[in-house]
Design a protein around this ligand. Structure first.
Ligand SMILES: Nc1nc2c(ncn2[C@@H]2O[C@H](COP(=O)(O)OP(=O)(O)OP(=O)(O)O)[C@@H](O)[C@H]2O)c(=O)[nH]1
Length: 683
């Protein structure tokens, strides 16, 4: 059954799939009658070609109708290509009230996918999503995250088939040293080291039955550890890393994403911060204020400053994650500002996938916090989804900024109340207390942004960090330049002479003028003409850098967000199918085989189908609890297989963490998040 280059771990034995046609003919789960009833309902509906009315095992009392169901014949609506979008783009519309989950689920359009003639990887901002009320309480990550499951499974060699032979274990630093000689490598933080080291062997375990490295397919079969950079590139990297290690490379660059519910005050906070740090001219500030007032939105003046940056208009960004640079005393910060509305969660995913750390902005006003933190029953705020997605996308460092306390007399009690509610949730979502800081701030007046509070009612009790101090407390992700080049494209520009310039953050390797490159999908070969960082020409870009790369030989029309820049000798896998180890989030109905979804990974979005439910795992040990489950319910850790409508540039999580994290969405809600454990390359 396994396709070419498709390696299951022992756990995922092929014979699980042997009786695929009898998939629904097996006994129901006696231990879970509601789940069984849901599956039955979905099966019947599937056979009749109409939506199923299922009991929702997650939110027990409310029956809900499924608009998409598991199906034997694979005939779910929209499976053959572009899926409908409802075209809703309203940024400020409040999410629909809970109302009738049944009616709303039925009226829910499918997740939008690429349209005919559109590039396989539409940019995240082109996606629009309906306002869908979630039907169950948000998933509480009171079990280990997918990362933790990987680590736990890996750390249990005895009995756990996922373990890798010790001989094949190479720590990242060993790899780097063997590649870069005696170079002084900047040591990653303890936690990162453990994570990387633990995660690496699991890739073999997850992807191979033989203990051999994962077969990366027809075009990219060589194990990454065999990669050696071209001598001149290796030398340039070596020198750059040495300069950084010696502290001669200037301030470290931090990628920071700003998250939070709609209207929490994100743009106002950051607009005011840019102004106070001297990054905005008085003229621009006055213009933003005037424009905002003229539009009858005077209170949004600071937000307009951030939302309408001139460079964005000039460059025509293709991923709608506003991005700008600013400097603090200790850091050069690339700011990624994600809109808060649920329609824009895909943009938030694209932003968070590039970030080293996050600011989670929460509205501290009475009622404001409650709306943003509400679960599905209360309308479904984005605070929960953003926090869970951010952690699932790899963000470990968080500062929670409680805004709008000026509306309640800067009440310390209110601040503590918000913290006491949110902190346990964040902990359960996987954020460590030691890596989470808290602070109050008021965007419009600049309280506690770059200095201590001035307002006596706040200064009287707040003696903790201000916003800049919180940002300076974040550590940039350590660089590991030992792998081949991977640059997921987030921006495409046309240069004056018609050539292509691509923007994005390097997820692996390095490049410089003269480097021969390949753009996938499409097999477009070209050469790097020049590299710019923050609008300044630079001689070299390394993993972690955000750059604009001008190319010779590449037509801008052939590239779009979600494409990948790589080396011709080390092409990125083009994948038509993959397996992922996921945590099932808040699902209104169980996930069944055949469900139509959209897959979000780095800057790419692709329509897909859940083609197999491989196993349910013990979240604590990573061991298989049930093979070929009939359905996946909220909170379960599972392995599932996804078949993409079109090819996608994808990597194993253990090879490139940033490129192997996946969010699976349906109907405008994220239903599962996890890490890619196995690839099936396109033939
Ligand atoms: N009183 C008060 N109002 C604030 C504060 N921060 C923001 N606001 C107001 O809240 C409204 C929303 O602010 P934005 O900055 O646009 O919120 P946002 O989170 O960026 O919104 P989206 O981008 O739509 O998600 C504006 O009217 C701001 O003036 C604050 O600390 N106190």
């Amino acid at each position: 059954m396994a396709g070419k280059g498709y390696n299951y771990a022992d756990d995922f034995d092929d014979d699980w799939y042997a009786d695929e046609d009898d998939y629904y003919e097996e006994e129901e789960d006696a231990e879970d009658p509601e789940l069984a009833a849901a599956v039955q309902a979905a099966k019947k509906a599937s056979a009749a070609g109409k939506p199923a009315q299922v009991a929702n095992p997650a939110s027990k009392p409310a029956p809900a109708k499924a608009s998409q169901t598991g199906q034997k014949a694979g005939a779910a609506a929209g499976s053959s290509g572009g899926l409908a979008s409802n075209g809703s783009t309203s940024k400020k519309t409040a999410p629909a009230a809970n109302g009738s989950a049944l009616a709303l689920l039925l009226s829910r359009p499918a997740e939008p996918g690429p349209k005919a003639g559109q590039h396989p990887h539409p940019t995240a901002d082109r996606e629009t999503f309906p306002l869908t009320p979630p039907a169950a309480e948000a998933f509480r990550f009171d079990t280990p995250s997918p990362d933790d499951a990987v680590i736990l499974a890996r750390s249990k060699p005895s009995g756990a088939k996922a373990a890798t032979p010790a001989s094949s274990r190479i720590t990242p630093n060993q790899e780097v040293r063997s590649r870069l000689g005696d170079l002084q490598i900047q040591e990653p933080p303890e936690a990162d080291r453990a994570d990387e080291t633990d995660a690496r062997p699991m890739s073999h375990a997850a992807a191979s039955t033989s203990g051999q490295p994962h077969d990366r397919g027809t075009t990219s079969k060589r194990p990454l550890r065999e990669y050696e950079a071209e001598p001149d590139l290796a030398r340039a990297v070596q020198e750059a890393l040495a300069r950084e290690a010696a502290g001669q490379a200037g301030k470290a660059l931090l990628h920071l994403v700003v998250l939070g519910h709609v209207d929490a005050g994100k743009s106002t906070l950051m607009g005011r911060l840019l102004h106070d740090l001297g990054h905005v001219s008085q003229k621009a500030a006055h213009k933003a204020e005037k424009d905002a007032r003229a539009a009858g939105k005077g209170s949004f003046a600071w937000a307009w400053l951030l939302d309408e940056r001139p460079e964005e208009r000039a460059r025509g960004v293709t991923v709608d994650v506003a991005s700008t640079f600013f400097e603090t005393p200790a850091r050069l910060v690339r700011l990624l500002d994600a809109p808060g509305h649920q329609d824009f969660v895909p943009n938030m995913i694209a932003g968070a996938a590039q970030a080293d750390a996050a600011l989670l902005v929460v509205d501290g006003s009475v009622g404001g916090f409650e709306a943003g933190f509400s679960d599905s029953a209360g309308g479904g705020g984005q605070t929960r989804e953003h926090a869970q997605l951010a952690r699932s996308l790899g963000i470990e460092q968080l500062a929670v900024v409680v805004t709008k306390l000026d509306t309640c007399g800067f009440s310390q009690e209110r601040f503590e109340q918000v913290k006491s509610i949110l902190q346990p949730f964040l902990k359960l979502s996987g954020f460590r207390e030691a890596q989470t800081s808290w602070l109050p701030a008021v965007g419009p007046t600049g309280e506690n942004l770059i200095g201590p509070p001035v307002e006596p009612a706040l200064a009287g009790w707040w003696h903790g960090p201000n916003l800049v101090q919180a940002i300076d407390g974040f550590k940039p992700t350590a660089r590991d330049a030992s792998k081949p080049l991977r640059l997921p494209v987030t921006d495409v520009f046309k240069s004056a002479r018609g050539g292509a310039a691509l923007g994005g953050r390097l997820a692996g390797g390095a490049l410089k003028a003269g480097t021969r490159i390949l753009v996938q999908p499409g097999n477009h070969a070209g050469t790097v003409k020049s590299v710019e960082m923050n609008n300044t020409a630079v001689p070299l870009a390394m993993v972690g850098d955000t750059v604009d790369v001008a190319l010779n030989g590449i037509d801008a029309a052939a590239v779009s967000a979600g494409s990948m820049l790589c080396l011709p000798q080390w092409p990125v896998p083009l994948v038509s199918r993959f397996e992922a180890r996921v945590v099932v989030l808040e699902v209104a109905m169980p996930i069944l085989k055949g469900r139509q979804v959209s897959v979000h990974v780095h800057a790419a979005v692709e329509a897909a189908q859940i083609s197999r439910l491989v196993s349910v795992l013990n979240p604590k040990t990573g061991e298989v609890m049930k093979a070929r489950p009939r359905a996946l319910a909220k909170g379960q850790t599972a392995v599932l297989e996804v078949t993409l409508n079109r090819q996608l540039c994808l990597e194993l999580y253990t090879d490139y963490r940033a490129l192997g994290r996946v969010a699976i969405r349906d109907g405008g809600r994220t239903i599962a998040v996890g890490v890619v454990t196995s690839l099936s390359e396109a033939t």
